[in-house]
Design a protein around this ligand. Structure first.
Ligand code: FAD
Length: 282
């Protein structure tokens, strides 16, 4: 049976959700009235908070350098640790629908939870803009598992020698795409040297961006500095041309050209978490 107290529920334990929960927790410490009337609950589909800003580094740690558990612990913080000795009750659940009229959440295990107040902090998911083949033939970089999957594929290609030169195309030159491009240029070169390959550092890393410049929205001086640095380390940049379709080993561009790739990383954009469609808000 549900508690007689009303629930303040935070959906999502990313940066937004965790911050909201900890701020509310302070208010709970201060107010007996709040503690008597409400229960503070945070719901997340993983039992840990993911520090996304370091994901591109995870994708560039060679296999065998560290155990997977160790790598994971460097980029995730267990919710149990974050909310230890707080008023926040955390639960690992996938929210499958949100009924704003009934103030009711439904989870993937069919459990339900009523709320009095709901904070939506569900973040975003990768958007493929309905580009045919984009999802099927690319690697995303949104979760810990994504990072490891990408790393494993690149390392396997280098070790097997199946693809030389290795062509990495990165779709989207926002902050994530630029970070991956720079990191991979070094990572792949390091792996190839380690393999004692003759043609060391024979890698093509290319950023493809639909808008006229890389890092859309950033200050011009930052864009110039980033372009200079990327070019210095060998990253190729193609801007002002959108990807219209993706096949197994090539992307088609709006200007009619095709770019072959060995690995395509999709950093092309994000959209609201899909469960928000059940709220009428997205
Ligand atoms: C590779 C990468 C690098 C980045 N680097 C930077 C950086 O250097 N600096 C910077 O400021 N930003 C960076 N960002 C962006 C940053 O990660 C986001 O802006 C930030 O995570 C948004 O926080 P949020 O709390 O809104 O959402 P999120 O952090 O995405 O948190 C949402 C949470 O809700 C959970 N969730 C989603 N749907 C459900 C559901 N149905 N049921 C239960 N739980 C659900 C998710 O699993 C997640 O834990 C980066 C992002 C990526 C992908």
């Amino acid at each position: 049976m549900e508690n007689a107290k009303k629930n303040i529920v935070i959906a999502g334990a990313g940066f937004g959700g965790v911050t909201a929960a900890l701020i509310l927790d302070k208010a709970f410490y201060r107010s007996q009235e709040l503690r008597d009337a409400y229960q503070l609950i945070i719901i997340n589909n993983h039992h840990s908070h993911l520090y996304t800003a370091a994901l591109y580094e995870i994708a560039a740690i060679p296999q065998g350098h560290h155990k997977l558990d160790y790598i994971k612990s460097s980029i995730t913080i267990p919710l149990a640790a974050i909310f230890h000795e707080t008023h926040v009750d955390w639960r690992e659940r996938e929210i499958t629908s949100i009924d704003r009229d009934k103030k009711l959440l439904t989870f993937d295990n069919t459990e339900e939870l009523h709320y009095e107040y709901l904070i939506l902090a569900l973040g975003s998911e990768t958007s493929y803009f309905n580009i045919p083949g984009a999802k099927e033939h690319s690697f995303a970089l949104k979760t810990f598992a994504d990072g490891i999957k990408l790393r494993d594929r690149v390392q396997q290609l280098i070790e097997s020698g199946d693809a030389e030169p290795l062509r990495i195309v990165i779709a989207g030159a926002g902050a994530s795409g630029v970070e991956v491009a720079a990191e991979f240029e070094n990572f792949i070169c390091m792996l190839q040297k380690h393999q004692g390959k003759e043609a060391i550092c024979k890698t093509e890393v290319m950023l493809v961006e639909a808008t006229p410049e890389i890092l859309p929205g950033f200050a011009p001086w930052i864009i110039e500095k980033a372009k200079k640095r990327l070019s210095h380390i060998g990253v190729q940049i193609k801007t002002g041309v959108a990807i219209t379709a993706v096949e197994k080993d090539s992307v088609s561009l709006k200007d009619g050209t095709k770019l072959p790739f060995t690995v395509l990383v999709w950093a092309g954009g994000v959209q609201a978490a899909s469960v928000l469609k059940t709220t009428g808000l997205a």
